[in-house]
Design a protein around this ligand. Structure first.
Ligand SMILES: C[S@@+](CC[C@H](N)C(=O)[O-])C[C@H]1O[C@@H](n2cnc3c(N)ncnc32)[C@H](O)[C@@H]1O
Length: 180
């Protein structure tokens, strides 16, 4: 096999793996754009010593800036898709930051009870799957920040628009929501 054919096979395999996990999780690893990232991070109230969980970290477009912006907090980034996870795992091992923990795991099976702040950019279907879990597990006063996708049936404490092409909404929810 020539080097070109080998490289092409590897690239096709990588695309296939990303596609399979996109179908499995219901969300592609689309990165948050820099403008939305800046607006989202500015939305998060000053935190010190808090646990920030990023649900579905993709290629790390939010996880690394969050961990750098809030050095006294612990950022736990969950990602199930193996290639994006491997990418952020290696980047974290090479250059930190220390307060970022990267987990190759399904966040729907994780215990989120310790999260003070949950950050997500997912999709309508995934948000619906996540909703009862957050309602059950998050403590009163915990905050959920989602961009682009709203949580149906929840009332946002605040909503602002990023200065990007789509004026992407950034929604902040405070728990409890819908708790029986
Ligand atoms: C739209 S991307 C967002 C990536 C990153 N948060 C960002 O804003 O740049 C959504 C990510 O969530 C991941 N994901 C979806 N469901 C998941 C689950 N149940 N457990 C872990 N990761 C999940 C997908 O693999 C994908 O990488």
């Amino acid at each position: 096999m020539t080097a070109e054919l080998f490289a092409l096979s590897l690239a096709l395999l990588a695309i296939a793996v990303v596609l399979v996990y996109t179908i499995r999780t219901g969300a592609p690893p689309t990165p948050t754009s820099p403008k939305v990232r800046r607006a989202l991070i500015d939305t998060i109230p000053p935190v010190g010593g808090d646990v920030i969980c990023e649900l579905g970290a993709g290629w790390g477009s939010l996880a690394f800036p969050l961990a750098r912006r809030f050095p006294k907090s612990t950022v736990i980034a969950y990602e199930l898709s193996p290639l994006p996870w491997l990418f952020i795992h290696i980047r974290r091992a090479l250059s930190g930051p220390e307060n970022l923990i990267v987990r190759h795991a399904d966040f729907l099976g994780a215990d989120l009870a310790d999260a003070d702040i949950v950050v997500c950019y997912l999709g309508r279907t995934v948000m619906e799957r996540l909703k009862p879990k957050l309602e059950r597990e998050l403590r009163d006063g915990s905050v959920v920040v989602s961009h682009t996708f709203a949580m149906t049936g929840w009332t946002a404490e605040s909503e602002k628009r990023a200065n990007d092409l789509y004026a992407s909404p950034i929604l902040v929810y405070r728990m409890p929501q819908n708790r029986k």
